[in-house]
Design a protein around this ligand. Structure first.
Ligand code: NAI
Length: 344
């Protein structure tokens, strides 16, 4: 193990769409950390890690990667269906572990990870709910906690991606758990966080396919709506889309008894507003990388700090388990067309 004064020695597993961003952040933009190893079954991805990131050791086999005695921590950016088993193996190998969201597709798998983490309280296990590290969401959270909008009782939150006419996301749709588990799970986590972690009791969902007809065979939709009820009367409304024409538009509204907060409406890329013969408009944020680029750096910095200082993870595995539990109930409601009681 590295000491508090030494940089954390990190290895990354998964160098796909998001893994590359995390790897670049770990290699070049995260203080007190050194990216020393990378693991991917894909030869070109390992070559990229060596050539572009200067990573000294690459592995095609995940178990061999975990046995590297120089590694203090593992960052998992692999397909969601692999998260639980890989996280457990990392903890059992004595490594801190950062796990991309969602923790797992099933609550039982989440609980297995919780058990493995409980057996190693000396290790950090943190799930990457990146929006908690976005400065605007953090500001809103602080305002809520300070009582600035009275008692928060309703969250409306959406994750809407720009239309990819080629349907690139269809490649990972079968392992992602569907639109609510893949996209709305962020909004679910935000709603719990902003509302003070009430227990969810019931979920209802509906959806439609606006563009990507191939999703029908997977029981999925490209536009989904959900309502979640919580103990004590709080409610949340979620909307997820893969088909926005203008860009990536994520926003969250927290409504309280004495006011409301709105984060991110309109997806402006910057502060420039253009007025001409076509009207008044601004350019839109292209994708979640652009919207959350700072937050992705902040979350890895928080993980590294927690590992190096024997601190606590900024969010718990129980938070991640609850997010999966709620996203599953929403998905079940979509499939069955009925409200779903949320069991524990
Ligand atoms: P991807 O399919 O582009 O990348 C997956 C990577 O895992 C590839 O590099 C692949 O070679 C590698 N891989 C597959 N099997 C492996 C194994 N056994 N051992 C090591 N590496 C293996 O997927 P993407 O989009 O990068 O998503 C990865 C994870 O990140 C998912 O869990 C997803 O939910 C999450 N994600 C989170 C986002 C956020 O906003 N926080 C945004 C996008 C993805």
């Amino acid at each position: 193990m590295s000491t508090a004064s030494a940089p954390l020695r990190v290895g990354i597993a998964g160098l796909g769409r998001l893994g590359r961003r995390h790897a670049e952040n770990l290699a070049f933009h995260t203080p007190d950390c050194v990216l020393i190893a990378a693991c991917s079954p894909v030869e070109t991805e390992r070559a990229y890690a060596e050539a572009t990131l200067g990573v000294g050791k690459t592995y095609s086999d995940f178990n061999a990667f975990l046995q590297d005695p120089d590694l203090d921590a593992i960052v998992l950016v692999t397909p969601t269906s692999l998260h639980a088993d890989q996280a457990i193996a990392a903890l059992q190998a004595g490594k801190h572990v950062f796990i991309e969201k969602p923790l797992a597709l099933d609550v039982a798998d989440c609980l297995r990870v919780e058990a493995a983490a409980s057996a190693r309280p000396d290790l950090i296990a943190m799930v990457g709910f990146v929006r908690r590290f976005d400065p605007s969401h953090a500001h809103a959270f602080d305002s809520v906690r300070q009582g600035e909008i009275g008692r928060p009782f309703l969250v409306r939150s959406q994750t809407c991606d720009r239309l990819d006419p080629d349907g690139g996301f269809l490649a990972f749709a079968p392992t992602s758990g569907g639109i609510f588990m893949d996209c709305s799970v962020h909004d679910v986590d935000l709603a719990r966080w902003m509302l003070g972690n009430p227990k969810a009791t019931r979920a209802f969902a509906s959806g439609t396919i606006a563009v990507h007809e191939d999703l029908a065979a997977m029981g999925d939709v490209d536009n989904g709506l959900a309502i979640v009820e919580f103990e004590g009367g709080a409610r949340a409304v979620f909307y997820a889309s893969r088909t926005f024409a203008h860009g990536h538009e994520q926003h969250t509204e927290i409504i309280g008894t004495e006011g409301k907060l709105l984060i991110g409406q309109g997806a402006p890329r910057d502060h420039v507003v253009r007025s001409d013969e076509h009207g008044v408009r601004h350019q839109a944020t292209a994708d979640f990388f652009e919207r959350f680029s700072d937050a992705f750096r902040h979350e890895l910095t928080a993980f590294v700090n927690a590992c190096r200082t024997d601190g606590a993870s900024p969010l718990s595995l129980q938070d991640a388990t609850e997010a999966t539990r709620i996203a599953r109930a929403i998905t079940a409601s979509l499939h069955h067309g009925q409200p779903q009681e949320i069991q524990r």
